[in-house]
Design a protein around this ligand. Structure first.
Ligand code: ADP
Ligand code: MG
Length: 623
């Protein structure tokens, strides 16, 4: 019997509490699922031992009474024989209208427009790209559940850095159709960088060169305090390993003098053979290309040198995109600290060499290039599910709830809105409420509600030593800084005198996902009530301020007023005080304006007196 393991309290979760969380690379050509097991990220294999799942779904004719569809290798194998019902590269259709899909007419299946969406016409009816992707995702979900013999808690799914909202949403919808709880979507280059542990390494700029089956993506990431910021992305959405296959096939056909036009299945067979030869050449010194075209057997020995020559233009195109993205990011290649190679096509030695020579450094290739994105996503998923010991040092890229400061009357002034990317620093100016005020109490809160009482209090601190000034004259800049670890620090600085105070709040994300969800729910449900409450509080603050200012003025210059005027002002102050005790915001506002209006002549008299005092002793002409 195996010995039971006992861990230090608090060091690791009870195995029964461990949540199965996976990373999924939903690729154009291939998809993979990975998970952290025993502290190491690894791709999960299918029962046949293969980790790669071709992103291909074949729909079968329901009239034939078939089971409906084939997914992965089975579908890929059938592509030659049934191209019209075999959907590959569906990622290119995600979140797109038909017109937005590049080279839509070159796809072997029929794409039509439906409700502004590109959908696929198959023998089993129209399929949305989300449905097709969901088949792939569900296959990976079952694979994960089988290997853990447990239900999947959630997944981190990767998307290209350039994916827009619609494409990201389509990806989430596909996951939902597949019954997967999406912990987060993360950018593919970021996932690759995480897989290499770059988030733990020195700050700097990294290039992620991703050459897959049908796409080339180059991303420049900047790492600051453990968070990757995408500085620039570029590439070519119609350049990938497939083009290398095509170039090789064309070269072989030209070499062997085959000029007959190929039918669809011959073309597919030649293409498949070209791909096999290309892949073999990544680790062998020569390979024989064999195919049957128009009744004749084609046979041609291909060397790496031949291959490099006939595909040189393609590799050069990737480097043009690399130079452009560096320009976009405003950096030189010397500033790039590391280069990560992603995508099956970066196995080609010529690609590695070309990239290495350009950057003047060996690119990172020790992880499997077609697994690296899934591995990074798995590491992130493990942390998000709370499985990792340093789960609280999560690489969070957005603020889950707004951060703000309490202002007069218990209202919240939002400074960092929710979903702001971190790290971030945002500032806002505040002022004093009373004449001669020399200190300011600052209360930092988190939440979406307008009233402090409904938000979560994070910290309180004071700014002292403000030089005495009239109310509203001081300018106090309050700056919220959230670093990559979610550490919030708030500073307050009086701009005139430079006096400053600050507080560190740790951590800014002390809430569970459920609490965040509840707080958001709450803020939506109570928005209207909040608006009313806010209006009332604001009206009261204005009223108090008006009364205080009037009293100060009366104390100093009441002698300027006639008896009747004084009585009128006193009556209005009393009326405003009484109204402000009630909860009719409009009535309070009206009483405040009445007092403001009635004191206008008084204010003018005071101003004249002030000017006269300032000018006393000077002749008018001197001024
Ligand atoms: P995607 O991200 O687009 O789904 P992948 O990263 O899985 O694509 O890359 C698929 C491409 O990698 C295919 O064109 C395939 O031929 C190519 N590839 C895989 N292995 C090798 C290899 N050993 N040598 C060259 N190319 C390879
Ligand atoms: Mg990929």
């Amino acid at each position: 019997m195996a010995l039971l393991q006992i861990s230090e309290p608090g060091q690791s979760l009870d195995p029964h509490q461990r949540r199965v969380a996976v990373g999924i690379d939903l690729g154009t050509t291939h998809s993979l699922v990975a998970a952290v097991r025993h502290g190491v990220a690894e791709c999960l294999p299918a029962t046949d031992g293969r980790v790669i799942l071709p992103s291909v779904v074949r729909y079968l004719d329901p009239a034939q009474g078939g089971s409906g569809r084939q997914i992965g290798f089975d579908a890929l194998a059938a592509q030659v024989q049934d191209p019209a019902n075999t959907v590959s590269s569906v990622k290119r259709l995600m979140g797109r209208g038909r017109a937005q899909v590049v080279d839509v007419d070159k796809l072997p299946y029929t794409v039509v427009e439906q409700d502004g969406m590109a959908v696929i016409e198959t023998v089993a009816g129209r399929k949305t790209p989300m449905e097709v992707s969901a088949e792939i995702l569900a296959t990976l979900r079952f694979r994960a559940e089988d290997s853990f013999d447990d239900e999947l808690y959630g997944a981190v799914i990767t998307v290209p850095a350039y994916f827009d909202d619609a494409q990201r949403q389509a990806t989430k919808d596909a996951a939902q159709l597949a019954g997967i709880n999406v912990l987060r979507l993360i950018n593919e280059p970021t996932a690759a960088a995480i897989a290499y542990g770059l988030d733990n390494s020195s700050e700097g700029v990294y290039a992620i060169y991703d050459l897959g089956g049908g796409t080339f993506d180059i991303s420049i990431l900047r790492l600051t305090k453990g968070v990757f910021e995408v500085m620039a992305t570029g590439g070519d959405s119609a350049l990938g390993g497939d083009d290398y296959d095509q170039a090789l096939a064309a070269w072989v056909l030209a070499q062997t003098g085959v000029s007959a036009s190929l039918n669809a299945s011959e073309r597919a067979a030649v293409h498949a053979e070209a791909r096999r030869v290309k892949e073999a050449l990544s680790s062998s010194a020569s390979e024989t290309f064999r195919a049957a075209v128009a009744g004749t057997a084609v046979e041609q020995i291909v060397t790496p040198a031949d291959f490099e020559t006939c595909t040189a233009a393609l590799t050069a195109r990737t480097m043009t995109a690399v130079r452009k993205v560096l320009r976009d990011a405003g950096i030189t290649k010397e500033e790039v600290q590391g280069v990560v190679m992603v995508g099956g096509s970066t196995r080609m030695p010529v690609v590695r060499r070309t990239v290495g020579e350009f950057f003047g450094q060996e690119p990172l290739t020790n992880l499997n290039p077609d697994e690296v994105v899934a591995l990074g996503a798995a590491i992130q998923a493990n942390a998000l599910a709370g499985n990792s010991r340093d789960g609280d040092l999560l690489l969070l890229d957005v603020i889950p709830l707004s951060l703000g400061i309490e202002t007069m009357g218990g209202l919240v002034e939002r400074i960092v809105p929710r979903n702001s990317a971190i790290p971030t620093a945002l500032a806002q100016d505040f002022t004093t409420y009373q004449d001669g005020q020399t200190a300011l109490a600052l209360h930092v809160v988190q939440g979406e509600r307008d009233l402090v009482a409904d938000c979560r209090s994070l910290a309180r601190f004071e700014l002292r030593g403000i030089p005495p000034m009239v109310a509203g004259a001081a300018r106090i800049r309050v700056t919220f800084t959230v670093d990559a670890d979610g550490l919030l620090s708030v500073s307050a600085k009086e701009q005139g005198s430079g006096v400053e105070a600050r507080v560190d709040v740790k951590p800014a994300y002390g809430l569970s996902d459920e609490q965040i969800a509840a707080m958001l729910q709450d803020s939506f449900a109570t928005a209207e009530q909040d608006i009313k409450a806010r209006a009332l509080v604001e009206a009261r603050v204005d009223a108090d301020r008006m009364i205080a200012a009037t009293r100060t003025a009366l104390a100093a210059d009441a002698d300027l007023l006639e008896a009747g005027e004084r009585e009128q002002i006193d009556a209005l102050v009393a009326a405003l005080g009484a109204t402000a005790a009630g909860d009719d915001a409009q009535a309070i506002e009206a009483a405040t304006s009445a007092l403001a209006k009635a004191t206008e002549p008084f204010a003018a008299l005071r101003m004249n007196r002030g000017i006269q005092q300032a000018l006393s002793g000077k002749k008018l002409e001197e001024v």
